[in-house]
Design a protein around this ligand. Structure first.
Ligand code: ASP
Length: 473
């Protein structure tokens, strides 16, 4: 017997039909062992439950009262999903009362732990009602397991927790429990018993951590898309679906905007070698995309995916004899770190270092330090340049804005000659002037930087021509 961990996100949990489809999956295949749930996503006309809870927690911290209208919307969300499934209103009300019962805990918890408690409640409310539906209405053997009881410990920031090693052993007990385990994603506790959550979208991480803990045969992630496309379907009409892709290829693509799974969710499954299947809940019999450790090389297919990232700026720092100055690059990086600007890419020549960063990183930014949060003010580009010039004693510092990055990924590139040439020719034929090229040491990706137009038409064009070159020729 295999053990499948199946994760259902906000969309999958936002309608009675979807919740029913998910139950069908467990009825059909008994290898599906653990159902990891997000909170209810967007139900028509209503915000996501997690967003409502986030707002409600903030107001409660300020005024001491959880707003009635938010409570009402949360109720409507749950009614909309569970009433059509036959879950009685008093059962729904009973479960929702859990939230109200928690509000007095504001006085005994730190603000961030209180936020974690409230924000993470959506997963519990949904999962408890889902368990009721599976057991009482579908007559399946199912049980709710609470992360606090099983010892799912997170450390670090209460709003961006990371699993503690002892949790894996505790979570491995899920394997020996009978029936379908309904497990709420996103929230857990610290080893001192305080409420904790993973960062937003963290149910992917809960499911990945459980998959690693029980050594699952498969991690299924049920979505509203057919799988992972080789290029953005908003740019390329009917792009191909990836049948199989490796963890490392996905990592390269997610580095530059491919949001398939929460970035950190890949790590535990990758380390344990557990395949991840991205599937469409509305087409359960289609194969979806399988993310695996290794895949067969497909002849004449060096590339598996093309992704782009807009709104990049390039900061060029010139200093004579830079390469003689030990620790110069470190000094540059420290200045970026101190200003909380994350470096996307670095390119160097003998006396120049170019740092690629997101323009949005210069805007006002909230930063977490441990459990407190501070806000870094907007950074003016020109002032930052003067600052760098002065701090580094550089000859020249220049910033070029409105750049875009294009990332071409495929493990087949290692085996085929001339891929870089094909990329360069396609872009040059499209009138795109490449300013920086970086072929990663893994030879699995090529990143290109070029000047874009205000309407980003160049990056759109780049995706189109590269898709044509590598997938339609
Ligand atoms: N409900 C949480 C969020 O919206 C966690 C998740 O959905 O994964 O971020």
């Amino acid at each position: 017997m295999g053990y499948i961990v199946a994760k259902f996100g906000g969309w999958a949990n936002a309608s009675a039909e979807n919740v029913k489809l998910a139950a069908d999956l467990f009825e059909k295949n008994h290898d599906r062992k653990i159902k990891v749930n997000s909170a209810i996503g967007k139900v028509e006309g209503l915000p996501k439950v997690t967003d409502l809870l986030t707002e409600g927690a903030e107001v409660t911290l300020k005024t001491g009262v959880f707003p009635e209208d938010i409570l009402e919307k949360i109720k409507l969300n749950h009614y909309a999903v569970f009433k059509p499934l036959g879950v009685p209103e008093d059962v729904i009300d009973g479960v929702l009362k859990l939230l109200e019962d928690r509000l007095p805990m504001k006085d005994s918890l730190s603000p961030d732990h209180f936020r974690a408690l409230i924000i993470g409640s959506g997963e519990e409310l949904f999962s408890r009602l889902d368990t009721y539906y599976l057991k009482e209405i579908r007559k399946l053997k199912a049980r709710y397991v609470d992360p606090r009881e099983i010892g799912h410990y997170l450390g670090g920031n209460p709003l961006d927790g990371h699993i503690l090693p002892e949790s894996y052993n505790n979570l491995s007990r899920l394997k020996d429990m009978d029936g379908i385990i309904v497990y709420p994603g996103f929230f857990a506790i610290s080893n001192r018993g305080e409420p904790m959550i993973y960062s937003r979208g963290g149910t992917d991480k809960t499911a990945a951590d459980i998959a690693a803990a029980i050594d699952a045969t498969l991690y299924e992630n049920w979505k509203d898309v057919d799988g992972i496309y080789c290029a953005d379907p908003r740019i390329v009409k009917n792009p191909e679906l990836m049948a199989e892709v490796t963890y490392k290829e996905i990592r390269e693509l997610s580095y530059i905007s491919f949001n398939v799974l929460h970035q950190e969710a890949m790590l535990p499954v990758m380390n344990a070698g557990i395949p991840v299947n991205i599937k469409n809940l509305l087409k359960p019999d289609s194969r979806g995309t399988l993310i695996v450790h290794d895949r067969e090389h497909i002849e004449n297919r060096p590339v598996i995916g093309i992704a782009g990232l807009k709104g990049i700026c390039v900061i060029n720092i010139e200093k004579r004899m830079m390469n003689e100055e030990i620790g110069f690059a470190e000094k540059v990086m420290a200045l970026f770190r101190e200003n909380r600007i994350s470096i996307e890419q670095i390119a160097t020549s003998i006396d120049t270092i170019a740092i690629l960063a997101k323009e949005s990183d210069f805007k006002e930014k909230s930063i977490h330090f441990g459990i407190s949060e501070s806000v870094r003010k907007e950074i003016d580009f020109e002032e930052f340049i003067d600052y760098l010039k002065h701090q580094l004693n550089a000859d020249k510092v220049k910033i070029s804005r409105n750049r875009s990055l294009m990332c071409v990924v495929g493990q087949g590139m290692r085996k085929s000659v001339g891929t870089l040439g094909r990329i360069a020719t396609s872009l040059s034929n499209a009138g795109i002037n490449i300013e920086i090229v970086d072929q990663g040491p893994s030879e699995r990706n090529v990143i290109l930087c070029f000047k874009d137009e205000e309407d980003y038409s160049k990056s759109k064009k780049a995706v189109e021509v590269l898709y044509e070159e590598f997938f339609q020729n």
